[in-house]
Design a binder for this molecule. Sequence first.
Ligand code: URA
Length: 244
Amino acid sequence: MRLDRYLANMGQGSRQEVRLLIKKGHVQVDGKVCRQTATQIKDSNQVTINQQTISYQEFSYYLLNKPADVLTATKDQKQATVLDLLPKNLPHYQDLAPVGRLDRDTTGLLLLTNDGQLAHRLLQPKYHVAKTYQAVVAGEVKPELVAVFAKGVELADFTTQPAQLRIKNYDANKKQSLVELTIAEGKYHQVKRMLKTFDHEVLALKRLSFGPLNLPADLAAGEYRELNPEEVTALQTAGQAGLK
Ligand code: URA
């Protein structure tokens, strides 16, 4: 890989900025100043900027607590996107993409990565990667619905795989229920459509988990953190074995 690309991918600046750094003699390859932006870097090379080692990582994985009113997209002319919530100097920033999508008004756990292959696998229904949502819905969700959801819900375009519904609370004053729902797919507006089938309009929706990952309690809305190696391995396993 070219030296300028190596540095830009590792969040050391835009291509233009890193080229300037290189030309000004701030970058060393194996301890020697290198002013050639097109120098090919191999795994065995050590790249430093002013003596600080810049190690290369091929993939980056981030977990964002998505706030409401932000689009799950990489770019938008008018509205804020989830990429706007991450610093532009993160490794692979330009290549990060959300894994699946949450509606504009949905909050909670969203993964972002440049590992397109893993993202693709995690989104395939055949792997049954479970996603759990917390929903505030209109009306009282009756216990009978638990068994109905466990068989799968027939929607206009498909029947869902078995889903786990848990009734957490009913607020009789507001006539609203708090439920958790675990689904295996992630089709368009799926949770809202499943609950609406039984006249329960979703008033607020938050994703609590995605496969093996849970939304960390200490991650405020709008904040993100990098996944640790164990979490990445757990995700890779989920995208191979097909967690139930
Ligand atoms: N289901 C929905 O209806 N909306 C989301 O954002 C995610 C799942």
